[in-house]
Design a binder for this molecule. Structure first.
Ligand code: NCD
Length: 305
């Protein structure tokens, strides 16, 4: 039995297989409509979510399966003091697979050690978010047709942005990928990600606070929201929240082939004036998340179509 806690648990070959399955689902949705008949997905969300939870649920429904769960800690027995371990032990009796989001880093890992069914990390604190990365990867694949030879700009809250950490890990495996890390000083990429991923693998990267100066070199621009819920101090959040606002003006020097991604939700980081720009991919990205979650559920349940 296999869970997905960290994106690096999937080999590059397995990522390629998931992408191929997602492409097949897009082309032939009917073929998959009964694949998970009789199976249940439990969504255990101890933190707010729109896309991740609803796309997991839509994914299971489109596979012919069913869904149960909760969308806030307050409506679960966590509010009575139940441990994550006990919760998943019990939910294992009711569901065939679990998707869990939790504010504490490592909670889904603990859950996977206690559960009797596969556990998918749907975001753990400021740490990781592997299924968002699957959505990001399918988007890059569909837009660029490759995972190699890309200069990827990551902009915004690189410290607390869990999607950034997982995306860097995933993309660091491909040849000739370079990262440009754009953030305020206070929200720089954590040194553990730099050491354990970028430096260990010898992946080239540059750090800057100035988005406009690097715009012309980028093939992909991954914008992120400043993660308000991870700040200890509201004044600090208010001071940093509008550090980067992407506007049509700032895109003037960008490549025509640039792909603009954002895991969403957007607060202020991307002007709505960009939504109709052909380079804007963030709503497609949210749709791609559903297809990759379908592919992942099939894989972890061992369902062959
Ligand atoms: C992201 C998350 O939860 O980390 N959202 C998502 O799952 N699409 C990004 C964010 O909340 O900023």
């Amino acid at each position: 039995m296999r869970s997905l806690i960290d994106i690096l648990e999937l080999s590059a070959e397995e990522i390629a297989d998931l992408v191929a399955t997602a492409e097949d689902i897009i082309a032939n949705p009917q073929k998959y409509a009964e694949a998970c008949r009789g199976k249940k997905l439990a969504t255990l969300f101890f933190e707010p979510s729109t896309r991740t939870r609803l796309s997991f649920e839509a994914a299971m429904y489109e596979l012919g399966g069913q869904v149960l769960g909760f969308s806030e800690a307050a409506s679960s027995s966590a509010s009575k003091g139940e441990s994550v371990s006990d919760t998943v032990k019990v939910v294992s009796c009711y569901a065939d697979i679990i998707a869990m989001r939790h504010p504490k880093e490592g909670a889904p890992l603990v859950a996977s050690m206690k559960a009797d069914v596969p556990v998918i990390n749907a975001g753990d604190g400021g740490h990781n978010h592997p299924t968002q990365t699957l959505a990001d990867l399918l988007t890059i694949w569909r837009e660029k047709g490759r995972f190699t030879d890309l200069t990827i700009g990551l902009c915004g809250d690189l410290k607390f942005g869990r999607t950034v950490h997982s995306l860097i890990a995933a993309m660091s495996r491909y040849a000739n990928v370079k990262f440009v890390l754009v953030s305020p000083e206070e929200l720089k990429l954590p040194s553990y990600v730099k050491k354990d991923i970028l430096q260990k693998k010898g992946v080239p990267y540059a750090q800057t606070t100035d988005l406009e100066s690097v715009m012309p070199e980028l093939d992909v621009l991954y914008m992120t929201r400043v993660q308000r819920e991870r700040f200890f101090n509201e004044d600090e959040y208010v001071r940093l929240k509008d550090s980067y606002i992407l506007t049509p003006e700032k895109l003037k020097t960008a490549k025509d082939s640039l792909s603009i991604l954002h895991p969403l939700p957007r607060v202020n980081e991307i002007s709505v004036a960009i939504d109709d720009d052909p380079r804007a991919c963030y709503f497609k990205q949210a749709l791609n998340g559903k297809y990759m979650r379908m592919a992942l559920i099939l894989k972890l349940l061992g369902v062959e179509v």
